[in-house]
Design a protein around this ligand. Structure first.
Ligand SMILES: Nc1nc2c(c(=O)[nH]1)N[C@@H](CN(C=O)c1ccc(C(=O)N[C@@H](CCC(=O)O)C(=O)O)cc1)CN2
Length: 285
């Protein structure tokens, strides 16, 4: 098998550091708190939210899950967010994506106070990321978790050719900015990209976030490529597969597995961002 990048282990190491930071905060009388809003009954979202709550509990972070039926009005969600914005016990607010079609996701994300925007989706925080601003601001947790993973395996990204496939707000766009801020030469590919095979063949690092099972074959990438698979696709037989097919046994390439790669890093990084927001609030209280 291609060498696997152990996201589970890196996430566990990160959680040990987070637990120690939480202890220090609690000793100062500060208990970090996260509120997660879940709308509707999407089974995958329910699992992810439960996993977030469990991770928070284990680390000593207070968590509150607010559930709404799929038919809820935008106004009701906005009213809840306003309440959480004003609640000093809550450091971090997250609205689980995707939302039902009648809810404007951008409208909802924009209502979260930028200093409690644990997903880093608010335009204020997106702008800071794209400007590579100094000072603290929260960033999207999946790409940030990928940056933490990459640090373990590619400590210096300077001048590396990085290819990001998929331009979602959740992954592709912030990933492009983070890699750019780390001095990689970044290409953002999407459904209209014409020369994808050529871009894949020359990339040192490839991030695949398209949501299509086995979209990319490892044999299409360089012999020493590092490939990050963000896809989580459940096949009809129940099998969970990523966006990447590992058809290169014995190669020197590196690949994140699915499950056990990017997913655990997303949750651990969410906890990391939560305690950073609590630290920020304690400084500026
Ligand atoms: N508001 C947000 N919504 C969503 C985000 C997000 O970052 N913010 N990301 C995804 C879902 N997600 C977290 O919310 C997430 C997805 C997957 C995993 C994970 O640990 N996956 C496991 C496999 C789990 C399984 O069996 O299904 C793995 O890859 O090992 C964690 C978090 C969309 N929504």
């Amino acid at each position: 098998m291609t060498k696997l990048i152990d996201g589970k282990q890196v996430a566990e190491n990160l959680k040990v550091q987070i637990a120690s930071s939480v202890k220090k905060l609690i000793a100062l009388g500060i208990t970090p708190g996260i509120a997660v809003i879940l709308v509707g009954d999407d089974p995958a979202s329910q699992i992810y939210v439960r996993n977030k709550q469990r991770a928070a509990e284990k680390l000593g972070i207070d968590s509150e899950v607010i559930t709404f039926p799929a038919t809820v009005s935008e106004e009701k969600i906005l009213a809840k967010i306003n309440g959480l914005n004003a609640n000093p016990a809550i450091d971090a607010i997250l609205v689980q994506s995707p939302l039902p079609d009648h809810i404007d996701e951008h409208h909802i994300q924009s209502a979260i106070a930028p200093e409690k925007d644990v997903d880093g989706f608010h335009a204020h925080n997106v702008g800071a990321l794209f400007a590579n601003s100094e000072g603290y601001y929260p960033m999207a947790n999946t790409p940030r978790g990928i940056m933490t993973l990459l640090k373990e395996y590619v400590p210096d990204l300077t001048g590396k050719n990085a290819l990001v496939i998929g331009r979602s707000i959740l992954v592709g766009r912030p990933m492009m900015a983070m890699l750019n801020n780390a001095n990689a030469t970044v290409t953002l590919a999407h459904r209209h990209t014409k020369n994808l095979a050529q871009l894949v063949a020359t990339a040192d690092v490839i991030i695949v976030a398209v949501g299509k099972p086995h979209f990319l074959k490892m044999s299409a990438a360089k012999a020493d490529a590092v490939v990050i698979d963000v896809g989580i696709n459940r096949l009809e037989d129940g099998q969970l597969v990523g966006d990447v097919l590992d058809d290169m046994p014995d190669s020197e390439q590196l690949l994140t597995p699915v499950p056990g790669g990017v997913g655990p890093m997303t949750i651990a990084t969410l906890m990391q961002t939560t305690i950073e927001l609590a630290q920020q609030h304690s400084i500026f209280e």
